[in-house]
Design a protein around this ligand. Structure first.
Ligand code: ATP
Ligand code: MG
Length: 435
C-alpha cells in the first residue's frame, strides 16, 4: 500500500480530550475518530488492527470447539421481559421504538437471544454440550464513556454461550473458555491474569475476569506474585476434561482477585513479599450461571431417561475493540505505538527517502514486491517527518531506502521495538523482516 494514496490522517499534536496514552496514540496515528461520546469510526489502519485481533479471538474460539453465529444488534424487548432483565438493566440499555410502536433495544449482551435460538433448534440432551459465539457490536449507555475505545458506548465484543447437561459439564465448558482466553491473550502479546470476579448484572456464582496490568486500568487488583512464575504455556494443556482440570487448578491455585471480590482474610495468608496490588484493564470476563436464563426462557430438553432437563449455561466475553487500546497501553514508547507482530496493521513500513529518484524508487519497488504486507511511504515529505510518522504508527519493521544505498543495492532495517538498525542487502533485509 502506498502511503501517498492511503487515508491515514495522523496528528502532530496530542489531542487535548485524550487522557490516557492509548487514546492519544489511537487518535494521533489515525486509527479512529470519535463520532459522539463513546462512539468511534474505525479508519483504515485501525480497522486492520481490529480485524487482526478479531481473527485471533475467532481462531482460538474455534480451536476450543465453539461455533460461530451472528446475531443482530437490535433485539425485541419481549425477550428481556421474559428473563426479567428488561427493567433491571436500567439506563445502560438503549431502548428504541420502531414505527409500529414496538419496544426494541440495541443489545448490550445476548444471553436471552441465544437461549431462545438454542431452544428452537435443540431437541434432546444429545444436542449438548454446545458452545455458540458471535463477534458483534454492543451498545451500553455508559455513564462515563472515556479513555477512547477502552470504555466506549458502542464496542465490539466476542460473546460465547455454553449449554451443558449439568453442573459437571458446564464446569468443563467454563474451563475450556478459560484456556481459550489465556491462549488468545498470549497470542496478542498480552500477559493476562484470571481473577475471581463479581458476576454483576449477568448473575451466577462462578466468574473470572482476565486482567492485564496497566497503571491506567480501571480495575483495582490484588494478586500473588507467584502467578507470574507459572509456566502454563509449556505445559501444553489440551481440551480434554482431565487436562482442563489440571489447567484450571494451575490458574486458580494462587490468590488473584479484583477489589469487588477481595477477601482480606485469604489475602493475609499470601506472604507479604509476594503481595502485588495495582491496577489493571479487564479484557475478558467469563461466567457460569446455571439455569438463570434457561429456566425462565423455557429451555428444557428431553434427558436420557425421557425426563426433561434444563441446560446449565455460561457466557464468555472478550472486549475486542477494547483490546486495541489495551495492546497499545502495554506496548508503546515516547515516540508512538509498538505493534506486537501478530496484530500489526502491516508488517513493515518501507520509507523512500527520495521519491522521484529513479534508483531509490526501483530499490523500494523491489523490497515492496517481496514484502506484500507493507505500507510504502512515497510521500513528498522531509525524512524527519517520515521517520516520526513511522515511529508513531508503530509497524514492527522499517525498511529505509535512500539514494546512497540505492547505488549499492542496500537498505537500512530498523526494528521498531528495540530501535536497532542494520544496513543490509535487499535480500537480507527481506529475510530479516519476513523471518
Ligand atoms: P466493565 O466492568 O469494564 O464495565 P463489564 O463487566 O460490564 O465491563 P462484560 O459484560 O463482562 O463487561 O463484557 C465482556 C467484555 O467486554 C469486558 O471484559 C470488556 O473487555 C468488554 N467491555 C465491556 N464494556 C465495555 C465498554 N464500555 N467499552 C469497551 N469494552 C467493553
Ligand atoms: Mg466484566
Amino acid at each position: 500500500m502506498r502511503l501517498s494514496q492511503y487515508f491515514l490522517p495522523t496528528l502532530k499534536e496530542n489531542p487535548s480530550e485524550a487522557q490516557i496514552v492509548s487514546h492519544r496514540l489511537m487518535l494521533r496515528a489515525g486509527l479512529v475518530r470519535q463520532q459522539a461520546a463513546g462512539i468511534y469510526a474505525w479508519l483504515p489502519l485501525g480497522l486492520r488492527v481490529l480485524n487482526r485481533i478479531e481473527q485471533i479471538v475467532r481462531e482460538e474460539q474455534d480451536a476450543a470447539g465453539a461455533q460461530e453465529v451472528l446475531m443482530p444488534t437490535i433485539q425485541p424487548a419481549e425477550l428481556w421481559q421474559q428473563s426479567g432483565r428488561y427493567e433491571d438493566y436500567g439506563k445502560e440499555m438503549l431502548r428504541i421504538e420502531d414505527r409500529h410502536g414496538r419496544a426494541m433495544l440495541y443489545g448490550p449482551t445476548n444471553e436471552e437471544m441465544i437461549t431462545t435460538i438454542f431452544k428452537d433448534g435443540a431437541k434432546s440432551y444429545r444436542d449438548l454440550p454446545k458452545n455458540l459465539y458471535h463477534i458483534q457490536w454492543k451498545f451500553r449507555d455508559e455513564v462515563r464513556p472515556r479513555f477512547g475505545v477502552m470504555r466506549g458506548r458502542e464496542f465490539l465484543m466476542k460473546d460465547a454461550y455454553s449449554f451443558d447437561v449439568d453442573y459437571e459439564g458446564a464446569v468443563v465448558s467454563y474451563r475450556a473458555m478459560m484456556l481459550a482466553y489465556m491462549r488468545t491473550f498470549q497470542r496478542l502479546g498480552l500477559k493476562a491474569i484470571p481473577m475471581v470476579a463479581d458476576t454483576g448484572p449477568i448473575g451466577g456464582d462462578l466468574s473470572h475476569e482476565f486482567i492485564i496490568l496497566a497503571e491506567t486500568g480501571e480495575s483495582e487488583i490484588f494478586y500473588d506474585a507467584d502467578f507470574e512464575a507459572v509456566d502454563w504455556v509449556s505445559a501444553g494443556y489440551g481440551y480434554t476434561p482431565d487436562s482442563l482440570a489440571k489447567f484450571y487448578g494451575e490458574m486458580t491455585a494462587r490468590y488473584a482477585a479484583t477489589s469487588e471480590k477481595h477477601d482480606t482474610k485469604a489475602w493475609a495468608e499470601v506472604p507479604a513479599a509476594r503481595q502485588r496490588t495495582g491496577r489493571g484493564i479487564e479484557v475478558g470476563h467469563i461466567f457460569y450461571f446455571g439455569t438463570k436464563y434457561s429456566a425462565p426462557l423455557g429451555l428444557s430438553l428431553a434427558g436420557p431417561d425421557g425426563k426433561p432437563i434444563v441446560p446449565h449455561m455460561g457466557s464468555y466475553g472478550v472486549g475486542v475493540s477494547r483490546l486495541v487500546g489495551a495492546v497499545i497501553e502495554a506496548s508503546h514508547d515516547a515516540n508512538g505505538i509498538i505493534w506486537p507482530d501478530p496484530v500489526a496493521p502491516f508488517r513493515a513500513a518501507i520509507i523512500n527517502l527520495k521519491p522521484g529518484d529513479a534508483a531509490t524508487d526501483a530499490l523500494c519497488a523491489s523490497v515492496a514486491a517481496k514484502i506484500p504486507d507493507h505500507l510504502l511511504d512515497d510521500r513528498d515529505a522531509r525524512a524527519g517527518e517520515k521517520f516520526a510518522d513511522a515511529d508513531l504508527v508503530g509497524l514492527p519493521w522499517q525498511v529505509i531506502a535512500g539514494p546512497r544505498g540505492a547505488a549499492a543495492g542496500r537498505v537500512e532495517v530498523k526494528r521498531r521495538a528495540t530501535g536497532e538498525r542494520v544496513e543490509l542487502s535487499v535480500e537480507d533485509a527481506v529475510a530479516r523482516v519476513l523471518g
